[in-house]
Structures are given as structure tokens and as C-alpha cells.
Design a protein around this ligand. Structure first.
Ligand code: AKG
Ligand code: FE2
Ligand code: ZN
Length: 598
């Protein structure tokens, strides 16, 4: 391949030729075009483009003096750009005058030019003229005076203004927590959505009555300096209703929307209102690429130019969702993923995130389980001469051997834990609580402490209770403990929340330390579950609770379904042949004692 001659000294010429030889490969790789050994109408500017701040205007300014231009093409994310002259003579004149000399982008470097066969073809995957379904942009929604007064509402001063990696944020009404991608629905902030924003909804009612009912109770103010952005995301379904409204203040910006290979770029002009509803709210991601310039389509719809970003402030107005998300966009619905545990997935989830975990942590777990809970002990001691008592899911056997008049026997799913029991000389066998190898109506008592919350569907939890009832003789008694969703009750923290600190000090147990978030390991059936932060109140009913092993740094995630108030009671009420003796809350657990009646 030959390289075009440049009018300069021999030494300089050599240097230029070396550079041009390199740039032939760059433009081929970046834009898919071939350089031409003979002059053509088309020139590539090899080392200046949108990424280093080149604008269509400056190309026009420098190159049009050699003759009329027929095209200018700047490419998103590229450091090369292209132009075409109507006449090849003009291209030659520009080439000879500017190659290796002109500092077009004002960054103290000369530009390098190559003749090319043709201008690159634009990627067809990015769409500019359409909007995702359900998305509306209302230009000039507010005046400049209104923009100014709205900007005064955000202070970025108080403690709720978090400094994020990418931008400044401030929340009103409810804090949006980026660690759990949700809001604490039972913890509203003291500062409501400012009433100075109410005029927006009255105005919207006039032109878009379908959104007339919109009354947000949550506002997130984002402040983006040039160069900052927000990663692609769907606003958490379980957190907010539809629609979501974003007001753009102080700078125009390009927002991108993506869904199944489609990629739409759209301009959010300063003072415009963006409305995301329906599919655009639930099924498309939105994001802002962190950059200092936005690439926007020319008015002629041929080629692009770039627009310098200013600091942009956006007001995102949302309404907190109470209850479940009812959308029909399963793939993007966090709620659906949480609720989507079917029987098959449940068994796999329990195998991986209950059984396997207990096998791995058995010794360490056992070291932390010594003291029997008094109410359970009292129940165990209520049995008399010759009674048979079974502890379903006996763990390390801490409730066995406390009543010398009875025959008590434990069972557990974990080989490791049953081994520990054997070492203590208490009777145990290995079984699954869903099918206990004991005849119907055989025993006088059954206890199951902190076990059935490890079952992943209500159906399986109910089956486990029915299995305990099955082996109980008529008149026999049972006791069930499950972990409660409510760990702080009547302003009192449960022993779980309290104990953790104590344990940490006394025995330097590290397993209770963790931070909350979404699980990163893939779960069976593609479900997603939040990872619970130990020592905190539960944010969801189905969660993964971390267990950090004492000796190595390994963390295991145990599945839990934490029970809401009355949930266990309601399940027991579905079982005809029992009568509830006592239903109570004990140390962060919901508890039921019952009697078999027929
Ligand atoms: O800045 C914006 O317009 C969008 C902000 C956003 O998407 C969010 O906070 O969820
Ligand atoms: Fe968002
Ligand atoms: Zn949803």
C-alpha cells in the first residue's frame, strides 16, 4: 500500500508517512473503510473525532475554504471523522494544505488525512427518530423562570445527599437505596416531595389527562457534571408504580433506551419532561453514557454532530408501590422473580442454599448454638413418663436430653449435624422433614424449631407441618418456631439483632457481618433474591442470609422465608385436625403450639 506524499521536509515526511501507515489500520478497524492510494472526493481525519471534542462546525470552518463540502460525518465514540467534497480537486487542495499541519481540535497535535473509497456506513442498530412504546417527551414543559426556582429546591447539602461514583443525588419523600435498589417503604423521610412541584401535575393534566392522577411521593434529584452518567437500569418494579417522570434542568442530554437488541438514543432537551409508562417504564432500560459531549443527529438527519454537556440536574418523580407489581413484563420484574419459586425450583434452591450450606457450616454452626430458648424448654419439659418426642430438624440437638422421663429423638437433613448429635450421645436419624419415616399417630410430641422457614414455597412449608401432624397421636402436642419478618417489635429489638453484637465481641464470630444487596450467584430457575444484611430488619420475605465461616473467609448464603405476623397461624388454621393452643412472638420468631384433635 502506498502512502500519499505530503509537502514538507524529508525527515518530517518520513514521520508523517509512518503515522499514515498506522492510521490506515485505525480507520479500517474503527470505521470499516479503506484508504485509497489515489486521490478521491472523500477524506478521513484519522486522529480527530467526537471523542476528542471535534465538532461538525469546526470541520466546516477549516475545510470549506477549499470548496463545497457534500458531507461531514462524525462517529459516536470514535476518534476519527470523515468529510466529502463535491469535487476531487478540492479534496486534493485540502489534503495538501492541511495534512500533518493543522491543529483542528486545538489539542496541540496536527491532524492526519487519508483519501478513502467511501464514507463509512452508520450502524443500523442505533435508532434516533423513534421512541420506546409508552415514552413521551414534552419539550419546553417549564419556563426558564420556573427552571430557576425549581433548581433552588435542591440543596445537595443535607445528610441525604450521597456522593455517588457518578453523580450527586438527593432524595425527598423516601430515600432510594442503591444498595438494595429499593426504598424503605415503612421509613418515609422527614422531607416530603416539595409542594412547589405541584404545578407540574396540574399543567400535565391539561395536555395529558391520562396522567392527571399522577401524584408522586418520591423525588430523586440527580446532578450530573459533564462526563458523568447513570448506568443502564429499569427502575425497580417492586419499588415504584408507573408512570415515572423526569424533568431535565440546566442542560440538554442524550438518554439511551435499550430492549432486546434495540438501542434508541433520544435527546432530552433542557426544560423538557420525560414520561416513562407502560412498556418503556417496565421493559426498557434507560441510561446516560458518561461523557462530556453528546452525539446528536444533524437536522438534515445525515451524520452527527456533538453537543457540549453542561451540568445537568434532573428531577425524577415517582410513586412508591404498595403491594405487588402487577406488570406483564416478567423478564425485567424483580417482584416476579422473587415470587416465581415453583416446587421444582424450590427443591433445587433448598439443596444448594440450605442443605449444602449446613453440610459446610455444621461445626461452626453448632459452636454458636448452645442455649435452649426457655419457652421451647418449657414445652419439652411438659411431657411426662414414657412420652415419645420427636425434634424435626434438631440441628446440633440442643433440645434433646432435657427431660429424663421421656424418649426423645431428633432428626435432621444434615449429615454433619446428625454426626455432632451422635457425638453427644443423643438419638438422631437423617431424614427430610417433608417425609418422616415414622408411622401415623405414633408420637406424643413434636417440635420443629427454626426449620420450616428454610422451605422455599408455602406449599412445601404446609406439607412439612402436615407431616408433623401426621405422626402425632390424637391429643399429642406440637410446637413450631419460624423466623419472623419483624425483628423489631413494640420498639424492642429481637435477640437476633441484639445478640449479634454481643456474640461478635465475646466469641469474635465473623459470620454475622455482611452487607446487603442482590445475590450475585445465579439461582435455580433464574430467580433473584435479595441478600439480607445481618443485624438488620428484613426487607423482603424470601431472602438469602449470609453465613461467614470462622476460619476461612468463605461466605455461604442460606435461603430463608421469614414469616409475617399471623402467617404461620393462618397456615395452621388450614389444617383441620389440629387446634392451636398458643400463638406468640418469641425472640424474633413466630411460634405456634397446637394439639392434634382427630
Ligand atoms: O437523570 C435522569 O433523567 C434519570 C434518573 C434515573 O433514571 C433514576 O434516578 O432512576
Ligand atoms: Fe431510572
Ligand atoms: Zn414488574
Amino acid at each position: 500500500m502506498s502512502v500519499q506524499k505530503v509537502g514538507c521536509s524529508r525527515g518530517q515526511q518520513k514521520k508523517v508517512n509512518r503515522k499514515l501507515a498506522k492510521f490506515q489500520h485505525v480507520i479500517k478497524k474503527e470505521a470499516g473503510v479503506n484508504s485509497s492510494p489515489i486521490p478521491t472526493n472523500n477524506l478521513a481525519i484519522c486522529n480527530a473525532g467526537l471523542v476528542n471534542g471535534l465538532t461538525e462546525e469546526s470541520i466546516f470552518e477549516y475545510f470549506s475554504e477549499f470548496g463545497p463540502l457534500s458531507d461531514i460525518l462524525l462517529l459516536p465514540g470514535k476518534s476519527c471523522s470523515f468529510l466529502a467534497y463535491e469535487d476531487v480537486k478540492c479534496a486534493v487542495a485540502a489534503y495538501n494544505a492541511l495534512n500533518g499541519k493543522l491543529d483542528i481540535a486545538q489539542y496541540n497535535r496536527p491532524i492526519y488525512l487519508l483519501y478513502v473509497d467511501q464514507l463509512p456506513r452508520l450502524s443500523e442498530t442505533t435508532i434516533w427518530d423513534k421512541l420506546p412504546p409508552g415514552l413521551i417527551i414534552i419539550n419546553d414543559f417549564i419556563s426558564t423562570a420556573e427552571e430557576e426556582s425549581l433548581l433552588k429546591l435542591c440543596s445537595f447539602r443535607d445528610q441525604l445527599c450521597g456522593i455517588m461514583k457518578n453523580r450527586l443525588v438527593e432524595h425527598f419523600g423516601f430515600e432510594f437505596r442503591y444498595d438494595i435498589n429499593n426504598v424503605d417503604k415503612d421509613k418515609p423521610l422527614s422531607c416530603n416531595v416539595p409542594c412547589e412541584t405541584n404545578f407540574l401535575w396540574a399543567r400535565l393534566q391539561q395536555t395529558h389527562p391520562e396522567f392527571g392522577q399522577f401524584q408522586p411521593d418520591q423525588l430523586t434529584v440527580n446532578c450530573y457534571s459533564p462526563g458523568q452518567g447513570i448506568p443502564h437500569h429499569v427502575d425497580t418494579h417492586s419499588a415504584f408504580e408507573s408512570p415515572i417522570m423526569c424533568l431535565s434542568l440546566a442542560s440538554t442530554i442524550v438518554m439511551e433506551f435499550k430492549n432486546e437488541g434495540l438501542h434508541i438514543c433520544s435527546l432530552l432537551p433542557r426544560r423538557s419532561l420525560l414520561i416513562m409508562s407502560g412498556e418503556s417504564r417496565y421493559n426498557w432500560t434507560h441510561g446516560i453514557v458518561p461523557r462530556k459531549f453528546d452525539v446528536i443527529r444533524n437536522k438534515s438527519a445525515v451524520g452527527f454532530t456533538c453537543l457540549k454537556r453542561e451540568t445537568r440536574i434532573s428531577f425524577t418523580f415517582r410513586k412508591v408501590l404498595h403491594g405487588d407489581c402487577k406488570c406483564s413484563f416478567k423478564a425485567k420484574c424483580d417482584q416476579m422473580k422473587q415470587n416465581n419459586i415453583n416446587g421444582n425450583v424450590a427443591a433445587q434452591l433448598e439443596a444448594l442454599h440450605v442443605h449444602e450450606v449446613y453440610e459446610n457450616i455444621a461445626d461452626h454452626f453448632s459452636d454458636t448454638r448452645h442455649k435452649p430458648w426457655p419457652n421451647v424448654l418449657e414445652f419439652v419439659q411438659s411431657f411426662t413418663y414414657g412420652d415419645i418426642l420427636v425434634d424435626v430438624g434438631c440441628g446440633n440437638g440442643k433440645y434433646l436430653g432435657h427431660n429424663k422421663y421421656i424418649f426423645d429423638i431428633g432428626c435432621d437433613r444434615s449429615t454433619g449435624l446428625v454426626d455432632i448429635c451422635r457425638g453427644k450421645k443423643v438419638e438422631t436419624f437423617i431424614t427430610d422433614c417433608l417425609s418422616i419415616p415414622i408411622n401415623d399417630q405414633y408420637v406424643d410430641g413434636v417440635i420443629s424449631i427454626a426449620v420450616i422457614h428454610h422451605l422455599a414455597t408455602e406449599e412445601r412449608r404446609l406439607k412439612a407441618i402436615k407431616e408433623m401432624v401426621r405422626i402425632l397421636r390424637i391429643g399429642g402436642k406440637g410446637l413450631i418456631y419460624v423466623w419472623a419478618h419483624e425483628q423489631i417489635k413494640n420498639q424492642k429489638k429481637s435477640s437476633y439483632i441484639m445478640q449479634c453484637r454481643k456474640n461478635r465481641k465475646e466469641t469474635t464470630l465473623k459470620h454475622l457481618d455482611s452487607s446487603e444487596g442482590r445475590q450475585e450467584v445465579p439461582l435455580p430457575g433464574g430467580i433473584e433474591l435479595p441478600v439480607h444484611a445481618n443485624r438488620s430488619n428484613f426487607k423482603a420475605s424470601d431472602v438469602l442470609v449470609p453465613w461467614k465461616l470462622k476460619d476461612d473467609n468463605k461466605t455461604f448464603l442460606r435461603f430463608y422465608h421469614v414469616f409475617g405476623e399471623h402467617e404461620l397461624e393462618k397456615m395452621c388454621q388450614q389444617i383441620n385436625n389440629i387446634e392451636i393452643i398458643r400463638s406468640y412472638y418469641d425472640q424474633g420468631n413466630w411460634c405456634i403450639s397446637f394439639r392434634r384433635v382427630e
